[in-house]
Design a protein around this ligand. Structure first.
Ligand SMILES: [Zn+2]
Length: 349
C-alpha cells in the first residue's frame, strides 16, 4: 500500500492533563499514535512510505485549504497561538485552551480578542500549541498527496497517516482533536481534478466536520456510520435526519448505532453505507479510517478479524480509494487494527 506519512505531526504534542468527571486525564491524541501505526504497517510489510510535499510550497494544494475552510478560520488557526503568547506572556511552550464560548443568540460584535476567537472557532476543548498548525498542515499534506496519487493514476489506493485527525473540523471550527479536515481535503482534491468523490466515514464518531463542509453539495457524497450522537461526541450533529440542504439535499447520510455494537450488528450498517456509496458511483472513495470502533476504546466493540473484514468490504467497493487516518486511541491495538484493515483491503483488491 502506498503510504504518505510525515514526521511533522510531532510538532503537535499536547501533554497537559484535562479534567473529566473529576479525574485529571492525560491527552489521548499523541504522537505515539502515528508511531504505533507506522510500526505495525512496516512490520506487516504493508507500507511503501513516501513523505508528502509540504502544503505551503504548492499553491494549488494551499488553494484546496481555502475550498474546505473559511479564510478567517485559516488565519486564526495559523496565528492564534502566537497571539495568545503575546497576550499572556507565555514563552511559546504553553497550551492555549478555549474556555469562553459565544453567547447563543444574535451576535452584535464580531470579536477580535484572541480568547474570544478561541471560543468562536472551537466546538470542544482542544488545545492550540505552537506546532499545531505545522502538524495539522502535515496531516492535510498526507491526505492531499494520497488523493493525488490515486486521481493521477499512480495507485489504485493510498493511505494517509494523518495526525492530528480531521473529520470533526468544520469549515470554521476545530474540535474532537481535529483542526484541518484531511478527509474533506482529499475529497476536494478529487473534485478539483474534475471527479466525484464519496466520503465513507467509519470512525466511531460522526464525521460532522466533513458533513458540514459538503452540506450543500451534490458532487461529494458524505456517508458516516457511527455511535448514536445522543450518547457520544459530537452530540449536536450526526443524526439520521441530517441529509444535507439545497443542492446537497439527499447527499448526506448518517447511520447511527448503539453503544458497544459488535460486528454481527455492525456489518449490516456497513453494508448499507457501502450500498449508498455504490449507488453514487464516485470516481474515488475517501475512507475516513477511524479505528476507535475498537472494543478497547470503549464506545463500539469491534476487534481482531473484524478489521480484516472491514478492509475486505472497502476493497469490494471496487473504486479507487484514499484511506485517511482518523481516530483510534488505545495504543495496545491501534497499530494492529489499522494494519488489519489495510491487509484485508490488499487481500480483496
Ligand atoms: Zn473518533
Amino acid at each position: 500500500m502506498l503510504v504518505f506519512a510525515s514526521q511533522d505531526h510531532r510538532a503537535h504534542n499536547p501533554t497537559e492533563l484535562h479534567l473529566f468527571a473529576g479525574e485529571a486525564l492525560p491527552p489521548k491524541e499523541v504522537p505515539a499514535r502515528a508511531d504505533v501505526i507506522l510500526g505495525a504497517l512496516q512490520a506487516a510489510g504493508l507500507a511503501d512510505t513516501r513523505e508528502p510535499d509540504p502544503l505551503d510550497t504548492d499553491p494549488s494544494a494551499t488553494a484546496l485549504l481555502g475550498r474546505v475552510h473559511s479564510a478567517d478560520y485559516l488565519d486564526f488557526l495559523r496565528t492564534a497561538h502566537e497571539r495568545w503568547c503575546a497576550l499572556t506572556g507565555n514563552d511559546g511552550q504553553g497550551e492555549a485552551m478555549p474556555f469562553v464560548r459565544p453567547i447563543l443568540g444574535p451576535t452584535y460584535t464580531v470579536p477580535d480578542h484572541v480568547l474570544a476567537q478561541m471560543g468562536r472557532y472551537s466546538n470542544d476543548a482542544d488545545p492550540l500549541l505552537a506546532g499545531t498548525w505545522k502538524a495539522a498542515t502535515s496531516a492535510a499534506a498526507c491526505a492531499v498527496a494520497a488523493a493525488r496519487a490515486v486521481t493521477g493514476g499512480d495507485a489504485d489506493a493510498a493511505y494517509a497517516l494523518a495526525r492530528p485527525p480531521g473529520h470533526h473540523a468544520g469549515p470554521d471550527n476545530f474540535g474532537g482533536y481535529c483542526y484541518l479536515n484531511s478527509s474533506a481535503l482529499a475529497a476536494e482534491s478529487v473534485t478539483a481534478a474534475g471527479g466525484r468523490a464519496a466520503t465513507l466515514d467509519v470512525d466511531t464518531h460522526a464525521g460532522n466536520g466533513t458533513q458540514a463542509v459538503f452540506w450543500r453539495r451534490r458532487d461529494v457524497l458524505s456517508v458516516s456510520l457511527h455511535i448514536d450522537p445522543s450518547v457520544e461526541y459530537p452530540y449536536f450533529q450526526g443524526f439520521a435526519a441530517e441529509r444535507g440542504a439545497g443542492d446537497g439535499e439527499g447527499y448526506n447520510h448518517n447511520l447511527p448505532m448503539g453503544l458497544r455494537t459488535q460486528w454481527p450488528e455492525y456489518e449490516p450498517v456497513l453494508e448499507a453505507a457501502c450500498r449508498l456509496v455504490e449507488d453514487f458511483s464516485p470516481d474515488v472513495v475517501v475512507v475516513a479510517l477511524g479505528v476507535d470502533t475498537a472494543l478497547e476504546d470503549g464506545v463500539l466493540a469491534l476487534q481482531g478479524d473484524d478489521y480484516l473484514r472491514l478492509g475486505e468490504r472497502l476493497a469490494r467497493l471496487r473504486h479507487p480509494t484514499v484511506l485517511v487516518q482518523e481516530g483510534g486511541y488505545d495504543l495496545r491495538v491501534l497499530g494492529k487494527n489499522v494494519a488489519a484493515v489495510l491487509e484485508g483491503f490488499a487481500q480483496a483488491s
